[in-house]
Design a protein around this ligand. Sequence first.
Ligand SMILES: [Fe+2]
Ligand SMILES: [Fe+2]
Length: 286
Amino acid sequence: MLTQAHLYQHNQRALQQDITAFDAQYRQFESHWVQGVMEALQDTDNESGCLNTVQDLVDAIDELVQVEANSESAAVDYVAQSMKREEFRILVQEFALDGLTEAQAFYFIMPRLPLAAQLPMLRILIDEFGSANPKRMHTTLYLNLLRELAMPLDRLHYVERIADSSFAFVNQFYWLTLRAEDPSYFAGAITYLESVIPFFFPCYVDACKRLGIAAHHYYSEHCHIDHFHALEGKRLLLAMAQEQCLDLEKAWYGVRFSQQITLDAFEQAVHKARTQKELQHAHSAA
Ligand SMILES: [Fe+2]
Ligand SMILES: [Fe+2]
């Protein structure tokens, strides 16, 4: 039976060899997964029918982010206040595949956007890649964190260890950029993520401070820069609307989809950290 881990590895093979050669059975697995999440979201959604303009969509995203920022989360509180260093290493492990390949899937959305909408996306990408300074790339910041925590730097190490929900977190970007039938899904998702991270990542910054982890920059940089990326996300939505290629409902479902996948990955990772307590088969830094 196929799993999110298989889908991830197929995505990687396709990216490195031939992106058009996406196997039918993986396509089916992926669309079944996405459809299942979307159908569950439809049952709980009372927003999509009320979106008439791009401003309505932007307001709905802001409102969703504010609700999330103000709501209590035992997992967030635990990370900020109580998570032990060994548990924190598990949390870092669960998001390592994303950190080690940060934003590389975003390239694939570019040719699917009208030129005016490519520009805000390009500005986001420039920051993700450290303005072409290798020391400031977000992936480098993750590598620094892994080094300080004496964890392996090799992506393949994590492919063998992370949970299905952590693979789904990475796989969402391949679906959103490459196979979602409309780029509006991606535009909604990226705007949501960039908007929510400055409210969500402070728990990691607090954990680093509390645990004496000096390589906190992966998290603290996102708290700073994603505030600006959220504005670029809104410019992306606006440009797409002006070019008449923004489907408001699909963008909103991109928001909700990404929220669901991200929250699930985070909750599961924190749960795994708390139950497993320490890394299994931990190696010293590569
Ligand atoms: Fe980033
Ligand atoms: Fe960002």
